[in-house]
Structures are given as C-alpha cells and as structure tokens.
Design a protein around this ligand. Structure first.
Ligand SMILES: Cc1cc2nc3c(=O)[nH]c(=O)nc-3n(C[C@H](O)[C@H](O)[C@H](O)COP(=O)(O)OP(=O)(O)OC[C@H]3O[C@@H](n4cnc5c(N)ncnc54)[C@H](O)[C@@H]3O)c2cc1C
Length: 267
C-alpha cells in the first residue's frame, strides 16, 4: 500500500506563553515538536505497512526547520519524507496549505491512502484532511480508530470510527483520505538507528515552488481568503497550589474530601 502521511511541526503549546497586552503568542525560545496527534496517525500508517507492506512517505508544508519533524517519524519507521518549503508558501491559511499538500500528493503519484492526524495543537481547525480530500476529489473518513478489513485485489478498505454514542464502519474504495482519531493509538518509540539512517542517507527531499510550479494566486497569503479577525485571550485560572504532606494512605482521603468540597465529585 502506498501511503502518504501528513505531519505538522508545531510549537510545543505547553511551553507557549501569551502576551496579555497584544493577545498574541510569544514564540521566541519555544521548542517545536511533531504535532502529538500526528504520532497517532504515524502509528496507524505504520501498522498498515506492517500488515500489508508498501511504503510510507511523510509530507509537511513548513519552513526548513520542520525537517526535524520528518526525521522524527522516519525514526519511528516511515520510509522517507518530502518538505514543501518556499517563502512563497508563507502566510498560508488552511485552504492554501491544503492546496499545496494536495499538489504534493498529486506529484508523488499513485498514492493509495493519505493519512492525517485529527487536528493540530497550535491551530486545531481540523480542516486539512477534508480540504485535501476535496482538492483531490477523494473519499474522506475522519476520527478513524481501527482498520476493519482491507481487500487488496478490489482496493476496498473499511475503517471503524467511534462517536460519542455509536460506532460506525465506513467501507470505501482506495485511493482515499483519512484522519486518525487523537489518542486512539500508542505511538511506537523512535529508533536511533532509523534516525541516523535518515540523516546519513538523507531521504528527505525539499520541494520549493520551483519544483512544484504552483500558481502564485493559489498559495501563501494571496491564496488565503481567511482573515483572523481577532484573538481573545482567556485569563489564567489561578491554582490553589495545595500540597498534601504526609502519609500516602491519608493522602487519598484528603484528596477525596477536597474534591467533594470543590463539588468536583458528588457527596
Ligand atoms: C489567515 C491565516 C493566516 C495564517 N498565516 C500563517 C502563517 O503566516 N504562518 C503559519 O505558520 N501559519 C499560518 N496560518 C496557520 C495555517 O493556516 C495552519 O497552520 C495550517 O493551515 C494547518 O491548519 P491547522 O494547524 O488548523 O491543521 P488541522 O487542520 O487542525 O490539521 C489536521 C491534520 O492535517 C495535517 N497537517 C496540518 N498542517 C499540515 C502541514 N502544514 N503539513 C502537513 N500536514 C499538515 C496533520 O496531520 C494534522 O493533524 C494561518 C492561518 C490563517 C487562517
């Protein structure tokens, strides 16, 4: 099965601070990571490859530093990576981002399945999967948790997705696009040997718009019809910072009493 995996290199939002005056993110000095929900998608894609063979190419549209994100998933077992990176892509909203990603997938060619995470931790629109499917005119299933079955000859695949009150099974023809539900997998660890191989053999390609030849009206700021009207900053909720010191057995009773006091658990 030929799989493309979409990953995003994001600022670690647990380390991000807000400027309370401007309401904007303070990104300086904030380390970046692979969007954690994309590790669920990576694990899901790797399990498909373990079962049915094939190849996984990770793709990302981002500035050059995102190469580290691609190296991370290669360290988990992904075969190679493509970074779509060009100043002309900067300032992209989700429409322009998904357009570039769709064009990358088209250029790779012969892809059976495109796998995305459910959403990112820095923008969380959950638009990209649906928009890429729409550009490519492919079926799209989101919140996928499990593979139900795959008929390689007929190129038919079925996935289970869980909603709050029910489970649904979707049977679709490949090629298709899916988003994997967050927290649904246990991502495998990175193997240093894979990561070193990725660095030495450099399987990551960088595609600029010179290679891609995309219409400048459809990319970057020009291709982005969305305008951020404003950002509202939710003030911090002060913590009580109460710590129980003493016998661990007593601690459970103390904690339960506290939770009852606060109305978190009923009497
Ligand atoms: C008006 C506007 C201007 C913007 N300007 C900028 C800017 O200047 N610089 C900037 O960095 N961002 C900018 N953004 C944010 C940018 O559009 C989003 O980061 C991007 O489109 C992805 O959206 P998301 O993070 O909500 O992804 P979601 O839709 O929540 O992501 C779903 C899944 O899609 C995949 N995915 C998401 N993004 C990528 C990617 N880039 N490559 C590969 N796979 C991906 C992942 O698997 C992810 O789990 C702007 C947004 C708007 C609305």
């Amino acid at each position: 099965m030929k799989i493309v995996l979409g990953i995003k290199w994001v600022p670690n939002t647990q380390a991000v601070r807000f400027d309370p005056k401007t309401g904007t993110l303070i990104r300086e000095g904030v380390p970046s990571i692979v969007n954690p929900h994309d590790l669920d998608a990576t694990e899901f894609a790797l399990q498909l490859k373990d079962k049915f063979g094939g190849r996984i190419t990770a793709v990302s549209m981002a500035p050059p530093a995102a190469i580290m994100g691609l190296q991370h998933v290669i360290g988990m077992g992904v075969d190679d990576g493509i970074l779509a990176s060009d100043r002309a892509f900067a300032g992209a909203d989700t429409l322009a981002t998904s357009y570039v990603l769709a064009k990358v997938i088209e250029k790779i060619g012969g892809v059976d399945l495109v796998v995305f995470g459910q959403e990112t931790i820095d923008s969380s629109t959950a638009h990209i999967g649906a928009q890429v499917a729409s550009w490519l005119k492919l079926p799209y299933v989101y919140y996928v948790e499990k593979l139900v079955n795959y008929d390689e000859k007929k190129k038919e695949i079925a996935f289970l997705r869980k909603l709050e009150d029910r489970e649904e099974v979707y049977r679709i023809k490949l090629p298709a696009v899916i988003s994997v539900a967050m927290h649904s997998q246990k991502p495998r660890p990175v193997r240093m040997s894979y990561k070193i191989m990725a660095k030495l053999e450099n399987p990551i390609q960088i595609w600029t718009n010179k290679e891609m030849g995309l219409d400048p009206r459809c990319i970057g700021l020009k291709g982005s019809p969305t305008i951020v009207g404003g950002i509202t900053w939710t003030p911090e909720v002060p913590r009580k910072k109460e710590v129980f010191q003493g016998d661990p057995k007593e601690a459970v009773k103390w904690l339960i009493d506290k939770l009852k006091e606060e109305g978190v658990i009923p009497f």
